[in-house]
Design a protein around this ligand. Structure first.
Ligand SMILES: Cc1ncc(COP(=O)(O)O)c(C=O)c1O
Length: 363
């Protein structure tokens, strides 16, 4: 058997380590996972009720086009239903976008470091990857623009950026969109957009009328707390959405996920309480890092990337042995770890254990 030559070197995606694996491997009873930017408050109660209600029709295929959910979201966002596509998480939209828009040899531009799946899916399509280093942990939009050539098909912007948590402002983004050639598809990934509370932040949906080459991605995995159900969406010009729909698997989102997402959209109180809890968590972590003399990227998401001034794999392992799972190992940031905001008790436990391991692992 011979797989495609361009996938042979690809790593298998390494998710944040599952809690059960860590408990078993290290013989621990208590393990806290602060590695995948999940919502420590869970999901909306009305989403849970909707999931239970959906179970009686488990034997029937879901609505492949997510008609009811699309209508509810279109009304909420004030866009047309033809501007929306759902996927099994926004990861699925990223995969489909690469599949629909990138052919072998096409160029695609992204930041370095950013969410790994832009590069991964572009490599599967055998596109030429152009990575542009972050500047102070932020997307360097002028440098990314300078890399556009007639072969550029897709350009990815993660806002807030994973792993650094930084944002680009509305002003920066509008200037960029005006300058970028209209035949380059700009994918604006707002997986953490609902957490941002900053006047300068751009809402990509508000820019869609002016830019038919803009595709905004969002997810129910983060603030809505539905990560295990796998549901996210893209919003763009109807032509862009149609192209992506042409490569979509027929039943790519489940009935339970659609029902939970629709119920979540109607629960603004849950969203607001998560936003406030997250802001308090980010504030707490950043205050503790200040106290400990550690620098970090000011975060607008539900995670913070902090410089522990020691090789991050060593800190990662030492934390793991104490039952705390974080993320580490970024080429450009060898001494940084990324920690997700947990409950206040989890955040405090993380800080206490980080202080211990900082003593243990010398500079
Ligand atoms: C920036 C970004 N985009 C997209 C995703 C994918 O999320 P999902 O597929 O669960 O919607 C993630 C997940 O961590 C992310 O960090």
């Amino acid at each position: 058997m011979q797989p495609k030559s361009n996938i042979v070197h690809l790593p298998v995606y390494q998710p944040g380590k599952p809690i059960e694996d860590v408990k078993r491997e290290l013989g621990l009873n208590e393990v806290v996972k602060l590695a995948s930017n999940e919502n420590p408050s869970g999901c909306s109660e009305s989403a849970k009720a909707a999931i239970i209600e959906s179970l009686s029709l488990t034997h029937i295929y879901p609505d492949g086009a997510s008609v009811e959910l699309t209508a509810a979201l279109a009304e909420k966002l004030n866009v047309q239903a033809s501007q929306i596509i759902f996927g099994a998480g926004s990861s699925d939209i990223i995969l489909m976008t690469a599949r629909a828009f990138l052919a072998p040899g096409d160029e695609t531009i992204m930041a370095d470091e950013t969410f790994s799946q832009y590069k991964h899916n572009a490599e599967v399509e055998n596109a030429r990857i152009v990575e542009v280093p972050l500047k102070d942990g932020r997307h360097d939009l002028p440098a990314m623009l300078a890399k556009v050539t007639p072969r550029t098909k897709v350009l990815w912007i993660c806002n807030p950026n994973n792993p650094t948590g930084t944002i680009v402002s509305h002003e920066e983004l509008t200037a960029f969109m005006k300058a970028v050639p209209t035949d380059v598809l700009v994918v604006l990934d707002e997986a953490y957009g609902e957490f941002v509370n900053d006047e300068s932040y751009s809402n990509g949906v508000s820019m869609l009328n002016d830019h038919r080459n803009l595709l905004v991605l969002r997810t129910f995995s983060k603030i809505y707390g539905l990560a295990s159900l796998r549901i996210g969406y893209g919003i763009g010009h109807p032509d862009v959405i149609r192209y992506i729909n042409q490569v979509r698997e027929p039943f790519n989102t489940s009935r339970a996920a659609q029902a939970a997402a629709k119920a979540s959209l109607a629960d603004d109180d849950f969203l607001q309480s998560c936003r406030e809890a997250n802001a308090a968590g980010v504030r707490y972590l950043q205050e503790q890092f200040d106290r400990m003399g550690l620098s970090y990227f000011p975060s607008y998401g539900n995670f913070v990337m902090v410089d522990v001034k020691r090789p991050s794999p060593e800190i990662f392992d030492a934390l793991l042995r104490r039952g705390i799972i974080v993320r580490a190992r970024w080429t450009y940031y060898p001494t940084y770890i990324r920690v997700s905001v947990g409950t206040q008790a989890e955040n405090e436990s993380f800080i206490a254990k980080l202080e211990q391991v900082m003593q243990e692992v010398t500079v």
